[in-house]
Each structure stands twice: as structure tokens, then as C-alpha cells.
Design a binder for this molecule. Structure first.
Ligand code: SAH
Ligand code: DHB
Ligand code: MG
Length: 218
């Protein structure tokens, strides 16, 4: 099929590049399930979903931890990259979202390779630390005020060489706008700077879509 161009109007690089890919039935079903329920349409951007799958596969990850499940869109992307014997753990505050995420993961064929833990992510993370659990990939995508706390917990839970990806580092431009000083904006600014300066980490910030941080724990 030929690419669909936008009738001479300016098209974002993201829209152009997303248009090159075939429709994805499992992810389309997740998006429909979100609309049906009137849930927020804030799943990870499709290009970053594909990046998550590729990173998990390339790094041969077996134990990814997701913070913020929503309806399972990014969970499916993470689970798709798993190597043999791998399992996704996902943390979600709202029981009805956790249930939907697990249902969508199951429909996509990952029911036996995914666990969704319901409750406040910070409390769940502290339990995982206390239990001595280790993870090789982190996808941080829940409440933005807690991003710096999620980063500290992720480093505690990380196997050497673990990857940390985090969504929405630009907060639709608010991160760059000095006049914006709300708690989420300040927390994400702090988070972004910590990633860039922490000697335990190496990586980069990707500015496409709403921004994605991509770092490795040394
Ligand atoms: N990663 C998902 C989108 C997550 S949206 C995807 O791309 O498909 C953010 C999610 O974080 C929402 O489902 C919200 O309920 C959840 N969340 C918000 N605060 C939380 C908290 N304190 N603990 C756990 N989850 C939280
Ligand atoms: C929004 C987008 C997200 O991906 C998210 O995790 C939270 C909020 C938003 O656009 O409001
Ligand atoms: Mg997000």
C-alpha cells in the first residue's frame, strides 16, 4: 500500500513514519477498549511501543517491570520482545485498569507471561525491593510527580546493565516552558536532569512524540 500523505499540509515526522507500518490488530483492540470505557487515551506512542519491543528483544530481557499499566498497550509491546522464559511485571494503581490490562495482554497471547500488581506503585516497588527481586528493564509511565522516586527504586531493583525507559519527559512542552512550575513539571525536570548527570547511568533523551528517556544502569 502507498503511503498516505496529508494533502500538501504539513505532517509531523511522527505521523509520516507511523504511517509506514501496517495496522496492529492487538494494539488497535487495546485502543478501542480504552475508548469504549471513556478512559484517558494516553497509551505510549506507537513508535515508542515498537522501540520497547525491539529493546527488550535486542537486550534479551527476561524480567521487565512496567510502572503504570493503563489498558496494556505498552505491556503488550514489552511482552512481545520477551525471550524464552521471560515474564512481564506491571504495576497499576486502579483495579479496573489492571483487570483490563491483563485481559488485553491475555487476548494478545501473553496471559501466562504477565503479572499485574494492583496498588500504589511506590508501595509495590518497596515490597519488591524488600523481597530481593531484580529486573532487567524498567518502563516508567505512571504519575509524573513520582518519577524521581521511581528512578531511585528502579536503580535499587536493577540488575547490572538493566535498561530504564521513561515516557512523557517533555509533558507536552511544559517541561521546557519556564512559566510552568507545577509539581509534575518540577518533578519531571528533576528526573530528566538526574538521568543526565547520575554517574551510575548512561544513555540519552529522545525528543520525539512526548519525549522518552532511555538509559542503562552501569
Ligand atoms: N504504560 C501505559 C500507559 C500508562 S498511563 C501504556 O502505555 O499503555 C499511566 C497509568 O499510571 C494509569 O493507568 C494510572 O492509573 C497509573 N497510575 C497513576 N498513579 C499511579 C500510582 N501511584 N501507582 C501505580 N499506578 C499509577
Ligand atoms: C499523558 C500522556 C501520557 O503518556 C501519560 O503517561 C500521562 C499523561 C497526557 O498526555 O496527558
Ligand atoms: Mg505516558
Amino acid at each position: 500500500m502507498a503511503e498516505r500523505f496529508d494533502e500538501g499540509r504539513t505532517m509531523s515526522p511522527e505521523a509520516y513514519l507511523d504511517g509506514l507500518f501496517e495496522e496492529d490488530a492487538d494494539l488497535t483492540r487495546v485502543t478501542a477498549s480504552i475508548r469504549e470505557r471513556g478512559m484517558p487515551e494516553i497509551s505510549v506512542a506507537p513508535g515508542y511501543g515498537r522501540l520497547l519491543t525491539m529493546l527488550i528483544a535486542a537486550a534479551r530481557c527476561k524480567a521487565p517491570l512496567e510502572i503504570g499499566a493503563l489498558a496494556g498497550y505498552s505491556g503488550i509491546c514489552l511482552a512481545r520482545g520477551l525471550s524464552q522464559g521471560g515474564k512481564l511485571t506491571s504495576l497499576e494503581l486502579r483495579p479496573e485498569y489492571a483487570e483490563l490490562a491483563l485481559a488485553n495482554l491475555t487476548q494478545a497471547g501473553f496471559g501466562d507471561r504477565a503479572e499485574v500488581i494492583v496498588g500504589d506503585a511506590l508501595a509495590s516497588l518497596d515490597r519488591l525491593v524488600a523481597a530481593g527481586r531484580r529486573f532487567d528493564f524498567f518502563f516508567i509511565d505512571a504519575d509524573k510527580e513520582n518519577y524521581p522516586n521511581y528512578l531511585e527504586r528502579a536503580i535499587l531493583l536493577a540488575e547490572p546493565g538493566a535498561l530504564i525507559a521513561a515516557d512523557n519527559t517533555l509533558l507536552r512542552g511544559r517541561t521546557l516552558n519556564e512559566s510552568k512550575q507545577g509539581p509534575a513539571v518540577q518533578a519531571v525536570r528533576d528526573f530528566n536532569r538526574r538521568l543526565a548527570t547520575d554517574p551510575r547511568l548512561m544513555g540519552t533523551h529522545l525528543p520525539s512524540y512526548d519525549g522518552l528517556a532511555l538509559f542503562m544502569v552501569r
